[in-house]
Design a protein around this ligand. Structure first.
Ligand SMILES: [Zn+2]
Length: 68
């Protein structure tokens, strides 16, 4: 039996956060700088991942600023 698998998905995971000066524009709470790991999976096997940094709000999950 041959099983064809065309399942590709991306998972975003926040690895760690650190409080940073400034506040969230949505809920006015403290913002954090986060390291985000984006994993691209093919048939549930991670084939590619990259990390990026962004300013996020850990209370309402808003992304306030991303770094290229
Ligand atoms: Zn917020």
């Amino acid at each position: 039996m041959v099983v064809f698998c065309f399942l590709v998905d991306q998972k975003r995971k926040i690895k760690r956060t650190k409080p940073v000066a400034g506040s969230c524009s949505r809920c006015r709470r403290g913002a954090s700088v986060a390291e985000i790991i984006t994993k691209t999976r093919f048939c549930y096997v991670p084939i590619y991942w990259r990390s990026s940094k962004a300013i996020v709000c850990t209370f309402c999950d808003a992304t306030l600023k991303t770094y290229p």
